[in-house]
Each structure stands twice: as C-alpha cells, then as structure tokens.
Design a binder for this molecule. Sequence first.
Ligand SMILES: Cc1cc2nc3c(=O)[nH]c(=O)nc-3n(C[C@H](O)[C@H](O)[C@H](O)COP(=O)(O)O)c2cc1C
Length: 273
Amino acid sequence: MMIIDAKKCIGCGLCARECFPRDIEVFKGKAKINNITCMKCGHCIAVCPKNAVSTDEYNMEEVKTYNKEDFLVNADQLLNFIKFRRTIRTFKSKEVEEEKISRIIEAGRFTQTGSNMQDVSYIVVREGLQELKALTYESLKKIGEEMLANLTSETMVYKRYAKMWLSMYEAYQENPSENDRLFFNAPAVIIVSAHSQVNGALASSNMELMTNALGLGTFFSGFFVRAAQGNKKITDFLGVNKGKEIVTCMVVGYPDVKYLRTVPRKEADICWK
Ligand SMILES: Cc1cc2nc3c(=O)[nH]c(=O)nc-3n(C[C@H](O)[C@H](O)[C@H](O)COP(=O)(O)O)c2cc1C
C-alpha cells in the first residue's frame, strides 16, 4: 500500500499529476491515495518534493535521492559503451564472485516491466553447470535428429542448426573440457524467466550492460533457450517458476579476449514521417 504522510504533504499535486492509473487526488490541500488502481510504480514516491510518500510493501531504504554526480551518464560514453560491448565466447578459468552476480541481477530487477508486473525471475547456475550442460546437449541432439528426420521445404533453413547441434554433441562427448561450444567453459549462467518475454528481454539487456561494467563478459545462449523449450528435464532441474517461460540464458565469466575496436553494422532501417 502507498502511504502519504499528511504532515509532510503540501498538497502540490505533483503525485496526482504523475499517477498514471489516476489513484491519487488532492483533497482539502492534501494528497490522498485510494490504493485501488495503484500499480505500485513508485512515481509518487520519486516525484514528491517533500518526501511525503512511502510504501509498506517494498524496502524504502533502497530509495536513493538524486544527485547529478551519481546518476548522470554522458551520452557519448553510453553510446560507446554499447558499441564496444561484444559477445564473449572465450573465458578465463576463474569463478565469478557472488557479489558481482547479485549486481547483475540488481540491474535486471530495476528494469521497467509492463504494468509494473515485476515478473522477472533469475536462476543462477554454477555448481550444477555440468549437469545442466549434459541435459542441454542431450536435448539439442534430440531436437537436431528430429529436425533432420522431418525436413520440409519450410524447415530446411534449420538444417544447418540441426547438423551443428549434432556435431556439437559428438565433440562434447569426445572431450567435454576442450569442446564445449554451448557454454564455452564459462563458470556461470544466469537464466532469466518471466511471464512476459518483453519484460525478460529488457531486463536481460540491462544485465548485459552491467556485466560489462563489472569487467565480466557474457553472451546470450539462444541454443540453450531452444533446448529448454518444452524440455521437462531441464525446466525441472532449474525449478523454473510455473507459468513463466525461459526468455534468455546469459553465459557469464571473465573474458579471455581483448577487443581493440568496435565492429561495423548494417545501416539502421529508419522511416521518418
Ligand atoms: C537472442 C540471442 C541468442 C544468441 N544465441 C547464441 C548462441 O546460442 N551461441 C552463441 O555462441 N552466440 C549466440 N548469440 C550471440 C550472437 O551470435 C552475437 O550477438 C552476434 O553475432 C553479434 O555479435 P556481438 O554480440 O559481439 O555484437 C546470441 C545473441 C542473441 C542476441
């Protein structure tokens, strides 16, 4: 529930103006929250000039007061940071500290969600990585074999992947430590699941930026997500929350590669009207 401290409230109405679901009104010079349509977005807390709004549902001690030095990001640096980000597939044999993983998840947790659902969940796999790999390779092998056995003109585009998954499986069986083309021997993966794919993907994108800011490297394993789809062994092993689907799998570790420049890209497909 959102709470207004009537002693602090000056009735300026900023919170009411900011309230998207129209759950706040100013009555006799004080803001009043009905807590009926409120979606707990916290805009009223963030905008109040007197710090008169709080909630008893979330931790108010997390709320930070704005100051330019800590919150402003230079646009050129931000764009360069985005341009320099790379998919990392070569990792050092070094564990990732729990504290760093928690900060990555923090970046996901503070990413916006549709209707402020906050429906994104995170599964961190470190100790169970070998078991997860075994299940994933098995699943990719099965999917690959089924695809090759049932190729049609429509599924022909996936033939390349089916063959790749089978050869990845074979190579892994021969020498798991040398031939891990699924997780590239990274020490940790973070699996992001959500009710909404968009929410999960937005969180993942911010998490990726945080991973880089922490001096770590990551890549998104689409192969894992494909392998996990409809695979009860994998979802049971991970304990994916009921009703949520796996949106991304971030493979995380310390990079053992140094990039010296950015890469070129297609021109943006833009239409100005
Ligand atoms: C949704 C998604 C799935 C991906 N899946 C894989 C994967 O399964 N294996 C892999 O090695 N790279 C994977 N990648 C990495 C892409 O191949 C990579 O982002 C792309 O080649 C561009 O390189 P860059 O990230 O360094 O800019 C994936 C990337 C995205 C965004």
